[in-house]
Design a protein around this ligand. Structure first.
Ligand code: FMN
Length: 245
């Protein structure tokens, strides 16, 4: 077996926790990476407060959840966008310096950042935005229609262009590596998986369609959201929109 074929097995083996290899070393809080990414020079777009009461029974939503790939050429509202972002990464509580959220995260380190590609949202220009967790707002990174480009980057999956929004989740790997070293690569994908499921459940609750996407050209997606692919890189995406019935 060549080196590349074996890399998954080697990674799994070499990042195992075993009773005889636990270092138990303390953490150096002076080296702790910044848990929050900000774009101080970007235009800020406040989001409407998320709803906390209306919604269907969770058991029914779970039973109905499906990956939905056929979208109508219709916009979603700012309220719906707000609800989806809150459901995936919204702040729900503070514990010391940590902002706890709707999705869990290994060690409460929250390595995942959310970028929002807007194709069709009422009262919001098309473009690429970053979701600011602490103040539940968007930072405008670049204006323009990027739906076609993200669909190309997503292995020609046109649903990413026909959707109302695409969420692109990246990992700021050092946030997690600071504590978990190489094992961090296991955890960032688990964190992203939890977020993805919340995107599905929130969309279903709002009567919208959602499909997560793991198949994409990494460098192209990184370029669209403006991350370097090393310190921060795309790990998962999803597209959400009005369902064609
Ligand atoms: C990690 C992951 C990656 C996925 N990537 C894609 C994708 O790139 N394109 C796609 O159409 N569906 C993708 N899906 C959706 C699956 O195809 C879907 O969940 C599966 O077929 C089961 O159908 P259901 O979600 O409707 O129950 C992905 C799902 C997961 C969990």
């Amino acid at each position: 077996m060549n080196k590349k074929e074996n890399i998954g097995n080697r990674y799994q083996e070499e990042t195992k926790y075993c009773r005889n290899n636990m270092s138990g070393g303390g953490l150096n809080f002076e080296d702790m990476p910044d848990p929050i990414k900000t774009y101080p020079d970007a235009e800020t777009i406040p989001l409407p407060p998320p709803m906390r009461s209306a919604g269907n029974f969770i058991w029914d939503i779970m039973a109905r959840r499906r990956s939905r790939r056929d979208f109508k050429d219709e916009s979603i509202s700012m309220q719906e966008l707000s609800q989806i972002l809150w459901a995936t990464q919204g702040a729900t509580s503070r514990r010391g310096q940590f902002i706890l959220r709707t999705s869990p995260s290994a060690g409460a380190l929250f390595p995942i950042e959310t970028y929002v590609l807007i194709n069709r949202v009422d009262d919001l220009e098309k473009g690429v935005y970053h979701y600011s967790v602490p103040d539940h707002s968007l930072s405008l990174l670049k204006k323009g229609a990027f739906g076609h480009k993200i669909a190309q980057a997503g292995l020609q999956q046109d649903m990413l262009n026909f959707s109302a929004i695409d969420l692109i989740w990246t990992a700021v790997i050092q946030r997690s590596k600071w504590k978990y070293k190489e094992r961090a690569y296991r955890y960032i994908y688990m964190d992203a998986g939890h977020i993805g499921q919340n995107a599905y459940l929130a969309s279903e609750t709002l009567g919208l369609g959602c499909c997560t996407v793991g198949a994409f050209f990494d460098d192209e997606v990184n370029e669209i959201v403006g991350v370097d692919g090393k310190d921060e890189f795309a790990v998962y995406m999803c597209c959400i929109g009005k369902i064609k019935r």
